[in-house]
Design a binder for this molecule. Structure first.
Ligand code: ZN
Length: 144
């Protein structure tokens, strides 16, 4: 991937998909949250890494997660840091504590950004951006 330089139309920055992270993005396209599970100790890790941070094993398999978690921290962005997001501010950036252990940065959607609170129970939703990229986001878990 080359660095984006002076493009006439601001494009939303997209993740780079490569052989290492492809299963994660394939999963998102299929509506599943998939992460690496260590074959040595069972630790589920994110972000994607070559070795298990717990036991340093390089053996892993991709595991489908429940997609459920809790808001660990959340902040509201009012400022536009990238022109492509101009229509989206204010928005929240939340660190989601997944039930299976890992934490991931994402957005909680479907409610005003300032209504998201630490401890809120959320579940993953999948938002297709392009043919290749579907972004996992989170929404408040529906009661019942
Ligand atoms: Zn391990």
């Amino acid at each position: 991937m080359t660095k984006s330089t002076d493009k006439p139309v601001p494009q939303r920055p997209l993740p780079t998909i490569d052989d290492d992270n492809r299963p994660f993005w394939d999963g998102a396209r299929a509506g599943e949250l998939r992460m690496q599970k260590c074959c040595g100790c069972g630790h589920i890790r994110y972000p994607i890494s070559e070795l298990c941070p717990q036991c340093l094993s390089g053996e892993f398999e991709w595991q489908r997660l429940s997609g459920r978690g809790k808001v660990f921290s959340t902040i509201v962005f009012h400022q536009i840091y990238h022109a492509a997001f101009a229509g989206e501010a204010p928005y929240n950036v939340s660190l989601i504590q997944l039930d299976e252990g890992p934490r991931m940065f994402s957005n909680v959607v479907g409610v005003p950004p300032s209504e998201v609170k630490v401890g809120d129970v959320v579940e993953a939703v999948f938002e297709p951006l392009t043919e290749d990229v579907t972004l996992p986001r989170f929404r408040m878990m529906q009661a019942g």
